[in-house]
Design a protein around this ligand. Structure first.
Ligand SMILES: [Zn+2]
Length: 335
């Protein structure tokens, strides 16, 4: 039954992609691409597919260096201008198309971007989770993934476990990780899964193409927190990062992309100008003058940007079209 549903899902996805590939080039002739900003979020980078196959991190979060270069090449070829968060403050020029690259969490492997950013002279922003850097602690979703993978657990089951944990606060998750995988399980296995060290964050920010953003102190899913806890997550992380890099982050990316009115209120009060979400949409400018602006982001496809790029340029991802069709055709269905 599960296998049949998976097959039907895959078929519908493939159909969406095939139709998109036929229609998108025609739509792009008529659709405005200027005065718009596309923002993508990445997590980890692998040197090669071999590194990916070691399964030290959850592979859904990673792309190879070569795939990253292809990604950049694609948007340069289509005349996109790469910007950083501070460029938003100074205002974007009319009749241009813009793109921003963002990296969530603070993986050490993000150092692999530096040569590429230098070579192409393009900026990127890195949203750092303070506690992982401070304590050299693996990200909990990778711990769940790598231990369960080693135990031979099916990927669907691993995803369910990760999804289940996102409903809880960080101290519950820490305890769960300790109880289920052992006291040492948060120790990284290699350079693939480890976070940046504090000194590496300092080195990172010295690069002129790098900006640093807040990704909370504990990577807490903020919709599970009360006002005081949200404020603590933002401020404690800001304090830690400001001590390290001597600049106060102007932007925040919400862990797991989750937010509500209260989260936005506290983010504004903390002094952030831009809050990065994971709603897969384009951003149209000029932006309204507000205390805090929300910036939508697409999850970067980890392969074949030539194939999927046209979706993004139209303001969709294959996944968002697919989800839309599903909600239209199968209402009230529970995921
Ligand atoms: Zn994150």
């Amino acid at each position: 039954m599960i296998i049949n549903r998976q097959k039907a899902t895959n078929r519908l996805r493939n159909l969406v992609i095939k139709l998109g590939l036929l229609i998108n080039p025609v739509l792009l002739k008529f659709k405005q691409e200027n005065n718009q900003l596309l923002v993508f979020y990445f997590h980890a980078l692998y040197e090669s597919i071999d590194q990916k196959n070691l399964n030290h991190i959850d592979p859904q979060n990673g792309m190879t260096v070569n795939q990253f270069i292809e990604f950049i090449d694609y948007f340069l070829f289509h005349n996109y201008i790469f910007i950083k968060p501070d460029d938003l403050l100074s205002g974007l020029k009319k009749d241009q198309r813009y793109i921003m690259l963002t990296f969530d969490d603070g993986y050490y492997n993000n150092f692999l971007t530096l040569d590429i950013l230098n070579k192409y002279k393009i900026p990127a922003v890195f949203f750092i989770t303070a506690i992982n850097v401070k304590e050299n602690k693996s990200f909990w979703w990778d711990v769940v993934y790598k231990y369960r993978f080693k135990q031979g657990v099916r990927i669907e089951k691993i995803r369910d476990e990760q999804k289940f944990l996102k409903r809880f606060n960080s101290s519950y998750i820490d305890e769960y990780i300790r109880n289920n995988f052992g006291a040492d399980s948060s120790e990284p296995w290699s350079d693939i899964d480890r976070p940046l060290t504090p000194d590496e964050v300092k080195t990172l920010i010295k690069n002129p193409y790098v900006s640093i953003g807040n990704h909370t102190y504990n990577h807490s899913v903020l919709i599970n927190c009360n006002e005081e806890e949200i404020s603590y997550e933002f401020r404690e992380s800001n304090k830690y990062l400001t001590d390290l890099v001597e600049t106060i982050p102007s932007c925040v990316a919400f862990p797991n992309g989750d937010y509500n009115k209260l989260v936005l209120k506290v983010a504004g009060e903390t002094g952030f100008r831009y809050a990065f979400t994971v709603e897969p949409k384009k951003n149209y400018f000029p932006f309204e003058v507000r205390k805090l602006n929300c910036i939508s982001r697409f999850k970067a496809n980890t392969f074949e940007i030539d194939k999927y790029g046209s979706f993004y340029r139209l303001g969709y991802s294959p996944g968002s079209i697919y989800s839309f069709i599903r909600t239209m055709t199968i209402p009230n269905r529970k995921e």
